[in-house]
Design a protein. Structure first.
Length: 119
């Protein structure tokens, strides 16, 4: 199914900020924008998010892959799905990202601020 089939549009700015308000959701969005892919399974995303947690100085960053996977499944992927950022199939644990320039730009900006780098 394509974004056009789903009737996807650019997310509202409030939805983008809500989606990016948690470092785990930012890490999921950044995963898709930096890896160049549009799909991943939950296990792959959990490993990438946990790795991002190890790279950051965020005090709440959990680096245990199983804990991150549980958080993604229970909270963050359903939220990103609700906001229209990703498609998430709970049964197959497949996640598909269709791309959003607005999300990508703000995720990049948030990562730069979090990493204390120039942007």
């Amino acid at each position: 199914m394509t974004p056009q089939d789903r009737g996807l549009t650019t997310p509202m700015v409030d939805d983008v900020f809500e989606a990016l308000s948690d470092w785990r959701r930012r890490a999921v969005c950044r995963y898709f924008t930096t890896c160049g892919g549009t799909g991943a399974d939950v296990g792959t995303l959990a490993a990438a998010v946990a790795e991002r947690g190890r790279e950051t100085s965020l005090p709440e960053a959990d680096t245990d892959v199983e804990a991150v996977e549980a958080e993604l499944v229970e909270t963050h992927l359903p939220e990103l799905h609700r906001l229209g950022i990703v498609d998430y199939d709970e049964r197959s644990e497949a996640v598909r990202y269709w791309g959003s320039p607005t999300v990508e730009k703000w995720a990049e900006h948030a990562a730069a601020v979090s990493d204390r780098t120039e942007f």
